[in-house]
Design a protein around this ligand. Structure first.
Ligand code: FPP
Length: 260
């Protein structure tokens, strides 16, 4: 693997508790890390357990990853927790996932407040059960002033639906006369996505070895570095995350340009 230092503006890392136990360069961290958390079902199947046990163990990994990202100074962490396609799963599994989500929102509230984490949701949250929505909005409201890290939970999220929503909004603005078609730029489209003015992900991690994007952040990952690990999400650890970040720092990002 090439080990050329990236030419990149200074990282936005402002966390004083920068990594001390690794050789990760705190000035060269990905600003935005996105994760496709996959493999909960296979983890359970391998142990002859119900798939829901895999999701339960997967929730513990979510806690570890959120904590680690905050500790090392990642500014935005986006987790694919529930896709628009996941509504097609058996009702019992959907109910278990929603219960886990609700539990997470309640149990992690203090940790988010103590650690200056702002919770945000991307996706069709209006489709979530009312009790989950209530806890979600409560956590979002309570943490809205936090500026240490944004934790984006992708919930009932689909990349195509997100782009369709953006186009509909822009079309309405054109129809009302407030916008000229020639003013449509990549920046304008980005602003109409759920991620709004957030930076695009620098790094996308997918667990469980599948080489797919699965309708995740389709617009935003145009130049994102991708890392696929065979590890199943419930087995994903702090150590592996740090190894992936180290690997990211050894990559050369050219954004379509050539080296000069
Ligand atoms: C993919 O595994 C994972 C999901 C569909 C949901 C992710 C949910 C969690 C990690 C737990 C709850 C979330 C939070 C934020 C507390 P899969 O079921 O598709 O696994 P498989 O491909 O092995 O069947």
């Amino acid at each position: 693997m090439m080990s050329v230092k990236k030419k990149r503006k200074k990282s936005l890392n402002s966390n004083p508790s920068s990594p001390t136990d690794t050789n990760i360069d705190p000035q060269n961290l990905p600003v935005h890390v996105a994760v496709i958390m996959d493999g909960n079902g296979r983890w359970a199947k391998k142990r002859l357990l119900n798939r829901i046990k895999g999701h339960e163990k997967g929730s513990e990994t979510v806690r570890t990853v959120v904590r680690t990202c905050r500790e090392i100074g990642i500014r935005v962490l986006t987790l694919y927790a529930f896709s628009t396609e996941n509504w097609r799963r058996p009702q019992s599994e959907i109910a278990a996932l929603m219960a886990l989500l609700k539990k997470f929102l309640i149990s992690e509230r203090k940790e988010m407040l103590d650690n200056n984490i702002r919770l945000n949701a991307i996706g069709q949250v209006e489709r979530l059960p009312e009790d989950v929505r209530r806890e979600l909005h409560r956590s979002m409201k309570l943490t809205e002033k936090n500026d240490g890290m944004i934790l984006n939970l992708a919930l009932s999220y689909g990349g195509r639906a997100e782009i369709v929503k953006a186009i509909q909004e822009i079309a309405r603005d054109i129809k009302s006369g407030g916008l000229d078609a020639d003013s449509i730029t990549p920046d304008l489209i980005s602003k109409h996505l759920y991620t709004g003015t957030m930076p695009d992900p620098d790094l996308l991690i997918r667990t469980s070895g599948e080489m797919r994007i699965s309708n995740f952040l389709l617009w935003q990952i145009a130049y994102t570095e991708i890392c696929v690990t065979d590890t199943l999400w419930p087995d994903f650890s702090k150590e592996e995350l740090l190894r992936i970040l180290k690997n990211y720092q050894e990559r050369e990002r050219r954004f379509g340009k050539v080296d000069t």
